[in-house]
Design a protein around this ligand. Structure first.
Ligand code: NAP
Length: 530
């Protein structure tokens, strides 16, 4: 049995006392165990602040970028082994596992090249120097300085590789040491990755710590220059935000939480069009990829009322092709959900939605044994792709409130819906999107420029990202669920109000903007360009 260890104070430590199991969700077999009880987390944070922070701040952006490049290379070298671990501990298909592991190495490499471009600088200038008096000498220059604290990263169970290393990439490039904590249930791949980079990458002492399991008293030791970047459920996010606000000096917090993402089919799109096919392909991918356990997966599918039945029929046909089972069995295209608790929650969520929507495919029952490939009867946490239809979009309040974190989405009509709504259909679609109270991403499929403009300006502020698929980009657009390092990831409202990535924008969280006022000549010498 593998026993996970935590890397604190530049050494690997084992926790004490009762452990928690890490399970293979396809078989129910325990793969590893871990505990973090008894570990000196306070000392680890102090070490990161006092040893790791100064070491990273002494490096230029190019040097920090080189560390990220080394991490990306080291992890890529172990890619096949990491994919196997992800398939075992996450129930991921090979494609899902690659999505997670390659997402990690790709984001590290992207931020490595940003570091190279930023070159010898150690911090960022923010805009130009502004004259502050009648003479030219007295100026104000804004700079962004790395916070002299430690960044605590708390991650969700669904992206143990990407979630861990996309945050590490930005933090290290900014010059801030990290203590990262994966979700306990799926920590195995993140632990293996941490071991690889700590053994092979010659990271500065104190720059990376790894807590392999429950947070214990972690948040009680955060101080005024520390940061908390959290990804997970809205419920835990609120709790941690409150705890961080209550800490002395109010710790800066970024929350990436639940999201009721939408796909919106424009009124101009007809069955058989290029973008009709792209729409179906993306919706199906979002339901099936990672068994729907993706924060960016579509949960609400908005279609013009006159195409509702066509869309439902086409989605049912596509989803009927999905082969559910143990991802290691040949032909399987969708694995189990990651844990028994996740299965319980997904089933309870479908029941909740079905009070206001009709289940037209799948549902809460375990798929029939004969339909599950490579699975021992009664074993594993399996659920079928599930599609619901709510014929009155606004009245289906649960659909806009409750995220079922599994292979499940609800189709909703706009325009001519049974609630009798009329008028501007772009406004109507945008209003329905907004009922989700803030999402990570919405995707709109249309060739109608005016309609898109109307929709975009109204739905935009309710989303962190809006993807507009028209015929000219339908075959080259990345899938809507894919987060890219160059674009902001996060969303307003219930999505947590956070922002990650987005190229240089990602560094904002880890740095303090300081207005330095003084003699232009002197500031130029100290800061560079003032
Ligand atoms: P979760 O139950 O909220 O747990 C998330 C993390 O918080 C885990 O590492 C968990 O640790 C930790 N945690 C829980 N209670 C804590 C406490 N009192 N103090 C410190 N840490 C604590 O969420 P999840 O089930 O892992 O993830 C699924 C959710 O994440 C979904 O709702 C999904 O939408 C959301 N998500 C959002 C994004 C995004 O970028 N917006 C990305 C992925 C997932 P333990 O595992 O040790 O309990």
């Amino acid at each position: 049995m593998i026993r996970l260890t935590s890397y604190l104070n530049d050494a690997w430590h084992q926790g004490q006392g009762p452990t928690r199991p890490l399970v293979d969700p396809s078989t129910g077999q325990t793969l590893a165990e871990t505990t973090t009880a008894g570990l000196d987390i306070k000392a680890a944070l102090t070490h990161a602040r006092t040893v790791g922070g100064p070491a990273l701040r002494a490096l230029s952006f190019a040097d920090r970028g080189a560390l990220l490049k080394a991490m990306s290379r080291a992890l890529h070298k172990h890619r096949e082994a990491l994919i196997d671990v992800s398939m075992a501990n996450n129930g991921a298909t090979r494609g899902d596992a690659k999505f997670d592991v390659d997402g990690a190495t790709g984001t590290l490499a992207w931020y490595a090249s940003l570091g190279r471009r930023l070159g010898d600088a150690h911090f960022l200038l923010d805009g130009d120097a502004e004259r502050l008096s009648q003479g030219a000498r007295f100026v104000g220059q804004h700079v962004r300085l790395p916070r002299p604290g430690v960044a605590v990263h708390i991650n969700a169970f669904n992206f143990p590789a990407w979630g861990t290393f996309e945050k590490i990439a930005v933090s290290i490039l900014a010059g801030v040491p990290v203590l990262t904590k994966p979700a306990t249930a799926t920590a195995l791949v993140a632990w293996q990755m941490a071991r690889i980079v700590l053994e092979e990458c010659d990271l500065p002492p104190g720059s990376l710590s790894f807590l392999a399991g429950p947070a214990q008293d972690l948040l009680a030791h955060l101080g005024p220059q520390d940061l908390l970047a959290f990804t997970g459920s809205a419920q835990t996010g609120s709790k941690l935000r409150a705890a961080a606000m209550a800490a002395p000096g109010s710790v800066r917090v970024n929350v990436e939480a639940d999201s009721l993402n939408a796909a919106v089919l424009g009124p101009d799109v007809a069955p058989g069009d290029d973008i009709w096919a792209a729409f179906l392909r993306n919706v199906v991918k979002d339901l099936v990829q990672k068994t729907g356990q993706k924060c960016t997966a579509v949960r609400r599918v908005l279609v013009p009322a006159h195409h509702l039945d066509d869309v439902v029929a086409a989605l049912k046909e596509e989803l009927a092709q999905v082969v559910v089972g143990d991802p290691r069995a040949p032909g399987v295209t969708m694995g189990p959900v990651a844990t028994a608790a996740q299965l319980r929650d997904a089933r309870a969520g479908i029941r909740r939605l079905s009070d206001q929507a009709q289940v037209v495919l799948g549902g809460t029952d375990r798929p029939d044994s004969t339909a599950l490939k490579g699975v021992t009867a009664g074993k594993g946490f399996f659920i079928a792709p599930t599609l619901l239809v709510a014929r009155n979009a606004r009245a289906a309040t649960q659909v806009h409130r409750h995220e079922v974190f599994g292979p499940c989405a609800t189709v909703l009509p706009y325009a001519g819906a049974t609630d009798g709504s009329t008028g501007n259909t772009a406004t109507e679609a945008a209003e329905i999107v907004a009922l989700g109270q803030g999402s990570l991403v919405s995707t709109v499929y249309t060739n109608d420029r005016d309609w898109l403009g109307d929709f975009l300006l109204q739905a935009g502020p309710w989303n962190g990202r809006v993807m507009a698929i028209s015929k000219k980009v339908a075959d080259q657009a990345t899938p809507p669920g894919m987060v890219l390092p160059s674009c902001v990831h996060g969303g307003p409202g219930r999505a947590g109000g956070g922002e990650e990535l987005g190229g240089l924008r990602g560094l904002d969280f880890y740095t303090n903007r300081v207005a330095v006022q003084g003699d232009r000549g002197l500031l130029k010498k100290i800061l560079g360009e003032a």
